[in-house]
Design a protein around this ligand. Structure first.
Ligand SMILES: Nc1ncnc2c1ncn2[C@@H]1O[C@H](COP(=O)(O)OP(=O)(O)O)[C@@H](O)[C@H]1O
Ligand SMILES: [Mg+2]
Length: 241
């Protein structure tokens, strides 16, 4: 479904993403981990069209070349992201935030009634329906992350890109969130590409993990294999040194 070939992004002399190649299949959850500064968010930005990839970067989604496309047209293809720093519109209600997502989805400019119905449905799926009328700014962090997820879901995506959606949450909150993300795959058939700094948060949910270190893909495989990988352990040890 998503085929990324030789993804590359340089900032001046720094190679933030160094010729990374991988694929994501239908209804698959793939984790992307790596130490701080490994290039995870930059790789997302190359896929989502925030940055144009350098060199021979190719990002294909269902056979359509996305490299060089604008973020909004990539979203319209069904590739939708959340942000590491939550970007909720705090002066608007929870429902209005999600309606905004539904309005910018794969089916552009729906009726207000259609957008609202989609928004309410997404809030119910995520488990946030009872906060629909509250101001987004009044939500605690765990519910703001849920709101980001509901807003992305309301766009009717085919591939969700999640950037550290579990960071800052308690273990109980993470368990709830990973449960919802598993259901997004199982009940909606949506694929998920999920950045998380800490491997433990995603271990039980992802089908496969890709590891970045200094811009390079250093490992890829099932979670149990990645947990035992010496190169992965060394990359994380290097970070705390
Ligand atoms: N806009 C930018 N300009 C210059 N350097 C950047 C920019 N964005 C990221 N970087 C650098 O690229 C590297 C990868 O960053 P990032 O993708 O944010 O890593 P991660 O998300 O894995 O923590 C880091 O060294 C970071 O400082
Ligand atoms: Mg990041």
């Amino acid at each position: 479904m998503l085929a990324v070939t030789d993804a590359r992004k340089e900032f001046g002399g720094l190679v933030a993403v160094d010729d990374v190649t991988f694929e994501i299949g239908d209804a698959e959850i793939v984790g992307l981990i790596g130490p701080n500064g490994a290039g995870k968010t930059t790789l997302f930005n190359v896929i989502a069209g925030v940055y144009r990839g350098d060199g021979g970067t190719s990002v294909e989604f269902d056979g359509t070349e996305l490299t060089g496309a604008e973020p909004h047209s990539i979203a319209r293809e069904g590739v939708v992201r959340t942000f590491q720093i939550v970007r909720t519109l705090d002066e608007m209600t929870v429902l209005e935030n999600v309606v905004a997502g539904a309005t910018f989805g794969t089916e552009p400019n729906p009726d207000r009634a259609v957008a609202e119905e989609r928004a309410r449905e997404a809030l119910a799926f995520i488990g946030l329906a009872d906060r629909a009328a509250d101001l987004a700014g009044s939500l605690p962090i765990a519910q703001r992350k849920q709101l980001e997820l509901a807003r992305a879901l309301a766009t009717d995506p085919r591939l969700l890109l999640l950037d550290e959606i579990a960071s800052g949450l308690t273990p109980g909150e993470i368990a709830e969130l990973t449960d919802v993300i598993g259901r997004i795959r199982d009940e909606r058939g949506i694929s998920v590409f999920w950045i998380e700094h800490i491997m433990d948060a995603i271990m039980g949910t992802v089908d496969r993990i890709i590891v970045l270190d200094s811009g390079e893909k250093i490992a890829e495989g099932p979670p149990e294999e990645i947990q035992r990988d010496e190169r992965v352990k060394a990359a994380y040890l290097g970070e705390s040194a």
